[in-house]
Structure formats: C-alpha cells, structure tokens
Ligand binder design. Sequence first.
Ligand code: MIG
Length: 828
Amino acid sequence: MSDLSDRSGNGMRIVHSEAMTATQEDIALARRSLTSVDKPGHAVPLPNGLMMRLPEQGVLIATFLSPHVIRIRVANLENLHRDFSYALTPNTTGVCSVETRETADTIDLWTSDGARVRIERPSGLLTIFDEHGRIVVEDDPYQPPLSGPLPGSVTATKLRGNDERYFGFGEKAFGKPRRSLRTRMWNSDTYGYPVDADPLYQSIPFFIAISERQAYGLFFDNTYRSSFDMGADDPLRYSFAAEGGELDYYVFTGGRERSARAVLKDYTDLTGRTPLPPLWSLGYHQSRWSYYPDSRVREITARFRESRIPLDVIHLDIDHMDEFRIFTWDNERFPDPARLASELAEAGIRLVVIVDPGVKVEDEYPLYHEGDSHGYFCLLPDGKEYKGRVWPGVSAFPDFTDPEVRKWFGSQYARHLDVGISGFWNDMNEPSVFPEHEVDPLDFENPAKTFPLEVRHAGDGHPGDHARYHNVYGLQMARATFEGLRRLRPDERPFVLTRAGFSGIQRYAAVWTGDNVSSWEHLALSIPMLTNLGVSGVPFVGADVGGFSKAPSGELYARWLQAAALTPLCRSHTETGSKDQEPWSYGKEFEEINRRTINFRYELLPYLYSLFHEHQETGAPPLRPLWFEYQSDPRSYDIDDQFLVGANLLVAPVVTEGALSRSVYFPAGDDWVCWKSGERFKAGTEAVVNAPLDCLPLFLRAGAAVVTQSVVQHTGEMQGQPLIVTATLGERRAMSFYEDSGNGYDYLEGNFSLLTVAVGPNEIEISRVGSCEYQRRVSHVDLLGLQNESPRVRINGTPSSSEFDQATARLRISIAAEQTGNIRIEVS
Ligand code: MIG
C-alpha cells in the first residue's frame, strides 16, 4: 500500500489516511495501479477508504463520507464510470479520516468513531458495523457483489434481520405493512393506479430499515430500471439490482443512536433538502382539469371570497393553452391573462399553470423552431429527432439532461412570470407518451408509454441512452424550471410542483401523488404514501384532495379534506368531465364542514411553516409516520392511518365510510391531549374517540406547544396578525418556531427570528432568539388539558386574569401588547 503504512506486532498493516474525499484523480490513479497488479484481493488506499481488486476484473471502492455514511461502488475495472450522479447535491464532499487494518483475509476500514467496514479478500464481501460493533449491513456470503443474473446488470444481496421492516422507497402504493416487499423503480404514468400498483411516477431508490429498534438506511444511486426484493423471495435475504450502470450505493448507519432521524439527516445531506417554500404555497390550492375560460376562474375564486373559505392558489391545467402549445395561451379562453392575474392578486390569490415537456412539432411554433434549430430535443441513435404523441399531437422533447437545454427551457418561464403567474406545475415528465398501439390501461410500465430506450441523452457530459436517463428526466425538468425561476426572479422563492422525480427531487419541487381515485381506499392509501415520501427525503407532498379519477361523495370529500388539512401540500384536484369538486359542491352542511377544515389549516399555518424550517435544518419532514418519532415503540411501526405533523401533533383522520368514531393509538413515550376536548390519553394506549362528520381527531403532545393564528382568507393577511401559542403543560421541554417574511432570501442574511416556548409542569416561558422585521407578537397563550379550569395565573410575576372557554376547552391567557420581552407564565 502506501508509505503511510506501518506494521503492528500481529502482522496487521495499518494505514492512517488524511481526512478528505477520494477525487476523480485518486480513483484514476488507484485504478491504474490495480490494473497493473492483477491480483484479486489486492487493495490500494484512497484518502477516505480503499479500492480493491475483485475476481473477474471486478473492482470495489469503499469510502467513508462521514463516520455514519459509507459509499460502496462495485464495477468492472474496464468500465468504471466517471463518477457522476444527478441525485447528489453538487457539494457532497464528505470528510472522514479512516484507518485501514489488513490481514491476509480481511481489510477493515475504521473511523475514529469506531464504526467500521470489514471487507473479505478476495471476494469483496462486506460487513458494516456501527460504533457499538453491531452489524448494520452484511453481504450474503453466497452472493458476492457483481454476479448479477443478466449481462450488464448489477445486484447486491444482503442478509436480513428477521424482524426487519422497510420504509421509504418514495412514492409507493403499498397496501400492507412493510415487513417484506418487492418494488421496482421506473417512472410511469399510472392513471387511476390501484393499491399495490408498482412502479408509480417517482423513483427514490432509498429505504430506511428498522430491526430490533435500530435503524439504518441504504441509497442505491443507480438511475436505470432497478428493483428491490426485501425478504419477499427469501425471508433471510434482501437484494437490489439494476439493469445497467454500476453497483453504487450508500449505507447510512444512523450514528450512535441508530435513529431514523439521523439516517434521514445524512441522506438529505447527500441528496439535498427542500429550501423554504414561499409561504403562499402552504395555503389552500384549488385545482381541476379544466378551469376555463377566465370567467370560470373568476367565478370560482370569487365564490371562495364570498363564502369566506380561505384560498391562496388556483391552478390552470392544460386547457389554458393554445392547442396545448406550452408557454402559450388560448386567446379565446384567456384573452388577457395578465389582467386576470392582477385581479386575482388584488384578492390575494395566485395562479399556478401547468407546463408539460412535450413541444408541438410545428415549424411556425417558435418554441419548436428554436429548439429544433439548436438541437435541444432528444434524438434517436440515427440522429433524427425523437417524436412522440402527447396532448399537442406529435411532439419533440427537450433533453433536460443537457445544461444548455435546461437553461433555454428555464428562460421560457419569463413569459409566464411577466403576466403574473406565480408557480408552475410540471406534469407528464416520467416522461409519458401516448402509446401508438393499444395497450392494457393497467399495464403501466408498458414500453409504448414512454420514449424508446435507445433515445439519446446528453447526460451533462456523460452521454447515454434513455434506459439510463429515463428515471431522471422529470428530475432534470423540475431542475430546469426551478433554476430558471431562480435566475428570472432572484428575490422570489420558486414554487414548482412535479409528478415525476428521482432522489434529489426535493431540491427543486413539491410532489403530488398523481392520478389517484375518488375512493375511501385511496384516501386511506394517501397517508402511507405521503409519510413514506417524507421519510424518503421528499417533504413537500400532497395527494389530490377528493381524488382525481371519478367523483367523491360529500362525505368522502369532507373526510379527505380533513385528512389533508395538515399535509404539506393541500390541493383539491380532479379530472376533466368529473362532477364539481369544490368545497361547496356538496350542499350547505358539507360546505360549512369544509370551510372549517380549511380555516383550521390556516390557523395552523405558522406551525406548518416552521416545520419547513426544521426540515431545512435537519431533513425531518413536516408530515411524519409515528415510528419516525417513536422508533423505540414497535407498535407504532405498522400504523398507517395516523400521522404526526412535526413532533407535536398527532392526526387520526377518519378514512372509513360512515364512521363516526375511530380507534387511535397513542405511541409510547408521550401522553396526548385532545385538541377539541382537552381529554388526556396515556402513552402506549389505544382509545376509541368520537369523530362526527365535522371533526378531525387531533391531539397535542403533552408538554408541547404549537403556534397558531386566527383565520385569515389568504397568507397575505398574516403579516402583522398576532400569534397564539397553544400548549399543554408537562415535563420540561423547549421548542422553537420559525418566522420570516415568507418569501425571498433575506432570511439567509439573518432576517428571521425563532420564538422559543419552554413548557414545564406549572409554567410556560416564551422568548425570542434573533429578531426580524416580520416577527409577530404573541397575543394569547391557550392552555389545553388543564386539571383545574380556574387556576391562578401570573405573567412575569404579576397576577393576571384568564378565562376558561368551555367550547374550546382552553384556558385563554391574554398577553398585553406592551409585553415584548420574555414572557413567563405561572399557573397554579
Ligand atoms: O394525460 O393535464 O396527473 O393532474 O390534470 C393527463 C391533465 C395529463 C395528468 C395529471 C393531472 C392533470 C392531467 N394530466
């Protein structure tokens, strides 16, 4: 090895290496030296790991990006690709020093924290150990890496803990708890997908496993069609494979605590996080395919304001365009979009328009002409433009894997921005094309539904075919949109919504779960779909409220809206030709219920917004499965009909037709207090709670707080409105809530503040860290779940009045406007 090595008494060679990542040059150098020494098991050091020669021309690279993140690459020595990934953030330079200890049969890479990888020679079989010496991931001794079943394919097989469960994998319609499963990654347009349909629109080849309460994660960074078999074939093993490319994956050990939270933090350090979205995008969105003409849009938006149902955004689907030519308008339906946008802006309502990838092939259409003459569209191997049929008819498709094309496409948004459009919705970017011959509508993965696999892509300097780049087409389209918007409006935070994506999509866009169905089954399915997206690094997610295909009953719509009231994206959407699907479409009684549901979302917006800040800091999603916070409570693992919003709210929506009550599990570790009645529920118990039609069962963690506000009609009205701290007393615990202007980037210069609420058994203290011109005063502290309804209350030592409101079960404590400093409230 290198001259850094010394020999210990037991014949073990030890190499101390510097703390830096192996560069492309290091790899090239190591590769050269391995080529000259044709000896399986022979290894050369890399700055943070090693490269080892495997039998049959194979080579294995193991490097530590941090003591908790290990990257493994296995390839053929001949065609070791240049290191390139669309999934990773550009600045993934892990720094981790390792110590190598080798014997004749093994090499161990040790981090200073005590985590280690053991590699057997010459096979390259791996075992990864955490800091406590426990096995995290272990290769199947009978299936050394590289022995994929098909030529050109790659596979890895690992041993599996017998109680191991798998979460994540992005957008999946899994109907059962995830003890064992099979899944594929191939972005597909899956209109009306049934439960268990697989794959869907997104490919996130990342999972979090929990076994014996210990978590770890694994990300298979391969964009080809891939598949995972997690103990389905054989309960003792799991495997993942791809139809091409390299075996290139990352193992996240979860650190000392072996927590899912640490896994997700490390995964999102690698693949990025969602930057703070504009506050308006967290308001309520109303959509349908098709809101046209403009008078209909005015009618709908006016109705929201007249009925006092809050609304921030209305979406325009494909029918706003001139014969589906993207970036154009239908002059009859929308003669003056700028006027429409400015009228809506007056009312505090924003427009989002859809932009598909397909560009109508037509010489008179400037966008086509320009793209064609610059060679911006995807080509077939013979050099001809690939053409496929989508909404505009025969269309060409920008090659978003070319930086110049992304730049060009991104600039097109100027037209829309100039007329006052606020956000963009990228659809059909799996990419989806209309099959040229009849295919079974349920055969979602049929090759006729996307580009031929031989279509060429630039691959940002790594040219390749569609088989390689299919799964990142949507990711790169969303990137073109996001980066275009950043350039065109540097002072505004982009809002991009995408249907397709790959790992890393969270850097650019929010994601909705495509063409779901107006059924109770789909309402129930939306919960695990969204929570699993969240733990797959994608926090800004929502399902079409009410369902896209078919039409919901008033009851289903109302229950769906309740379930979605606190999902990060809350958008009603339905297909063309379906019955009206607005909050008032089901009669007066339901209109009132739906108004209250949307009001409730707006009351909770300060908290929801703050959770996006938490995501940006830690990778934790706003919407969480129970086990994410209660990993030590195995009963929480299989609960798919409840979720957490942040750490402090537990939501148990009704997802069963006709149900007026439901059972709720309160995870072990915290007591919970009913948001409505103040009733307290013990940790680790189950209870049946009432849930009349107008009620979303919701619980506040005992000893926790959230920030709320009075109802506003849109987020533009929040500025200057006071905040309300809603809390329950309990064991001492402090939590912070984030505030800033709600748009733009001055928060990066420190223009934000954190409101800290410290809760104790008999007191609450409110303080601020930092300051900003947008911070809002706290006008009330509402205490929920008090034993004594008329306690003595002191604010900063001075006796103060308070009022118990029977209807809301809260003790309301008013804070004087002059009270700007720290507030200490004692209750006895
Ligand atoms: O071929 O733009 O998932 O939300 O309304 C259908 C029309 C294309 C699919 C999207 C849906 C949207 C619809 N689109």
